[in-house]
Write a protein that binds this ligand. Sequence first.
Ligand code: PLP
Ligand code: COI
Length: 340
Amino acid sequence: MEKKNIEWAELGFGYMKTDYRFVSHYQNGAWDEGVLTEDANVVINECAGVLQYAQTVFEGMKAYTTADGRIVTFRPDLNGERMEQSAVRLEMPVYPKEEFVKAVLKTIKANEAYVPPYGSGATLYVRPYLFGSNPVIGVKPADEYQFRVFTTPVGPYFKGGVKPLTIRISDFDRAAPNGTGHIKAGLNYAMSLYAIVDAHKQGYDENMYLDAATRTKVEETGGANFLFVTKDGKVVTPKSDSILPSITRRSLMQVAREYLGLEAQEREVYVEELADFAECGLCGTAAVISPVGKIVDHGKEICLPSGMSEMGPVTKKLYDTLTGIQMGTIKAPKGWVVEV
Ligand code: PLP
Ligand code: COI
């Protein structure tokens, strides 16, 4: 199979149309088998549930070329499971996780020519999504749905690659207690757009959201969970019911313990303690681990000792181990790396 002629190393995090996408329809209470199609457009009624009441959930995954030339993806079963949970919370029919994994593998395989080569710094981003497609005007769930998967080759999520980021504590809230912060629903991202555009205007790379009830605890950013490293080398990640249960974060906690022999804690993290940490990073499929150099709390600068020029040493070890597992140079725990 011949690769497409793409400047892989120049890619940013953007959309590029690839050859095939998967689509399955839900009608009369059942999903059809689904097909690969070359048509990248979705045609739906003007009154579709997704357009009027934002009934849509999605996932984000990546396909990698390993050092020995295989194409793999990372823990797709967990994305399938999370999409089931997202669907339930928005009253959508579950697309079964076993079928989800099959559809993802099939779509990656069909777009093999777009999977960036090993060492290029790029990956193939995979976007499964599910939405209400029939007309709905009273506020209620749709009766018909589409599950789709498309792919797009991507480079780093943040411009500048692994250069430490400057983030601010946001006065906007991302998620309410008992709300939808723990699922991957489009609505959580629509409501974050005002805050991210404003953050960029003010010169920040991202927002740090706090818990909406007390505004004393760290939650996450618009698209990634937080990891902190204490001065005595413990890895700490915020525990909250209103953040997305990041698969990257869950994997990194296991990597910290089992590969690096570090203590790793999931616990409440208070704004008050931010100045005590040695390192901070954002973790997620798109972000991988992006180091944070500075957190600004209403004008007060909290400068992480790891500085503004490179990743902190523990963050770097976590990054190297995780990407080594994903690219096949470090032995993966059973079931983490799935060959396409
Ligand atoms: N938090 C939010 C809000 C996200 O959008 C993402 C991205 O998927 C993450 C965290 C990271 O999750 P994962 O590691 O499963 O990609
Ligand atoms: C991902 O990391 O896959 C996401 O969905 C986050 C999004 C901000 C791109």
